[in-house]
Design a protein around this ligand. Structure first.
Ligand SMILES: [Zn+2]
Length: 176
C-alpha cells in the first residue's frame, strides 16, 4: 500500500529497521521503549504505574495508539487484576483524549494474541485503540491501494498530550 504525503516516513522506516535488528537479538521493542525513558523520540503519549501509551508508528489512522503493560507477557491472562485495572483506566483516558483531540465517529479497541491472530509483536501483550471516521475505509484505499495519513506523528503526539492534560486537569478540579 502506498502512503500519500508522509514526509516523516523515512525516519520511521529507519527506526523500524533499528528495531528489527534489536528484535534479532531478542530485545523486545515495547520493553526497550519502556526502559529508554526517551518518550518524545519514541512517541510515548503518557505513562502510569503499570502501563504506557504509545503511538503506532505505522498507523492505520491518525491517532492509532497502543496501550501497553510494562510487564513482558504474551497474553492477557498473565496480567494481575491491578495491572488490568490500570490498563483499562489508561484505555478509558486515551479514548477520552482522542475524542477531545479528533472527534472521531467511533473506535476499534482490540488485541491480537498470537502470531496467527495477527500479532505483530506477539511476545508482549498490547491493546490497540483505533479512532474511526465515517468513510475512512472508503474508495481511496480500495481502488488505488493508497491511504492518506494527513498528519505527522509529532503533531499527533502533541495534540493527544494536550487533550490528555486538559482532561486530567479538569478531573483533578472536579475532585476538589
Ligand atoms: Zn517486552
Amino acid at each position: 500500500m502506498n502512503i500519500l504525503w508522509a514526509p516523516w516516513r523515512l525516519k520511521y522506516i529507519e527506526k523500524f529497521n533499528e528495531k528489527s535488528e534489536a528484535n534479532e537479538e531478542n530485545e523486545c521493542v515495547f520493553c526497550k521503549i519502556a526502559q529508554e525513558k526517551n518518550d518524545d523520540a519514541n512517541f510515548v503519549v503518557t505513562r502510569s504505574e503499570h502501563t504506557f501509551v504509545v503511538l503506532n508508528i505505522f498507523p492505520y489512522n491518525t491517532g492509532h495508539v497502543m496501550v501497553v503493560p510494562y510487564k513482558h507477557v504474551p497474553t492477557i491472562e498473565d496480567l494481575t487484576m491491578d495491572e488490568l485495572k490500570d490498563l483499562m483506566r489508561m484505555t478509558k483516558l486515551i479514548v477520552k483524549a482522542l475524542k477531545k483531540a479528533y472527534s472521531p465517529h467511533g473506535f476499534n479497541l482490540g488485541a491480537n494474541i498470537g502470531r496467527d491472530a495477527g500479532a505483530g509483536i506477539e511476545e508482549h501483550f498490547h491493546l490497540h485503540v483505533l479512532p474511526r471516521w465515517r468513510g475512512d475505509t472508503n474508495f481511496m484505499p480500495t481502488i488505488s491501494n493508497t491511504k492518506v495519513i494527513p498528519e505527522d506523528l509529532g503533531t499527533t503526539l502533541n495534540k493527544i498530550r494536550k487533550a490528555l492534560n486538559e482532561i486530567l486537569r479538569d478531573e483533578r478540579a472536579l475532585d476538589l
